[in-house]
Write a protein that binds this ligand. Structure first.
Ligand SMILES: [Zn+2]
Ligand SMILES: [Zn+2]
Ligand SMILES: [Zn+2]
Length: 227
């Protein structure tokens, strides 16, 4: 007999469900007035006696999907766009240097890291799930804001005079920031400026890989007409 089917997608990555429209599942029976095989000549009152007049109790169909629901996807995207733009501003000077990556091997600068240092780390961001990457991106973003605020309170020129009142990171500075190691939140706060810029550039890079349209937006806003 025919029945309604409520489809509710369950998203494994975030555990949320999304109800979709109700669909009618038709049966093959000739004795069901809702089915496609019900003879068109079978009409009440005889049909009332011979044929099924009700649909079966609705069934709930919950396919699982290895992904995020659209609300989570939207939230991650919205946050990611804010992060991307902030990193873009924060790293403007760093990115303009252009000595990292493509041009790196042509420079004579003795960079502390081997040439593939950053690209190796960036490779490790690729397999991160949206959730894992979002957490890391949020940590780095929060620290950009913290660093900018601190810079505002303590301009670099005053550093020597007021170094005693610059808030001391909770953990000692990481001597070697290993590319295999994704730093924890408190460790991010302890990174030196150049290591932090490296990390932020990696996140910025992977945001651009995950959301290529962000790069277009930034370019458009830079080259577009100013109002
Ligand atoms: Zn039916
Ligand atoms: Zn009938
Ligand atoms: Zn969700």
């Amino acid at each position: 007999m025919c029945r309604w089917r409520h489809v509710k997608n369950v998203f494994l990555r975030c555990g949320h469900g999304e109800s979709l429209s109700v669909v009618e599942i038709k049966c093959e029976s000739t004795n069901c007035k809702f089915g496609p095989n019900h003879p068109s000549l079978c009409v009440p009152p005889s049909c009332m006696r011979t044929c099924n007049q009700y649909r079966l109790y609705p069934e709930l169909y919950t396919p699982t999907i290895d992904g995020y629901c659209s609300a989570c996807g939207m939230r991650y995207r919205t946050d990611s766009e804010i992060h991307f733009k902030e990193f873009d501003r924060y790293l403007a000077a760093y990115l303009a240097k252009g000595t990292h990556f493509s041009a790196q091997h042509t420079t004579t600068d003795s960079l502390p890291a081997p040439p593939d240092h950053r690209s190796k780390f960036r490779q490790e961001l690729i397999p991160l799930t949206m959730h894992q990457f979002h957490e890391l991106s949020t940590d780095v973003y929060d620290d950009v804001i913290r660093r900018k605020n601190e810079e505002g309170m303590h301009p670099p020129s005053l550093d020597l005079l007021s170094s005693h009142c610059v808030s001391v990171p909770t953990l000692p500075i990481l001597e070697d920031f290993h590319p295999n190691h994704i730093p924890e939140r408190q460790n991010i706060a302890a990174l030196t400026v150049s290591l932090f810029e490296d990390l932020a550039s990696d996140i910025h890079f992977d945001l651009g890989r995950r959301y290529p349209e962000f790069k277009e937006d930034v370019r458009a806003s830079l080259s577009g007409p100013t109002i």
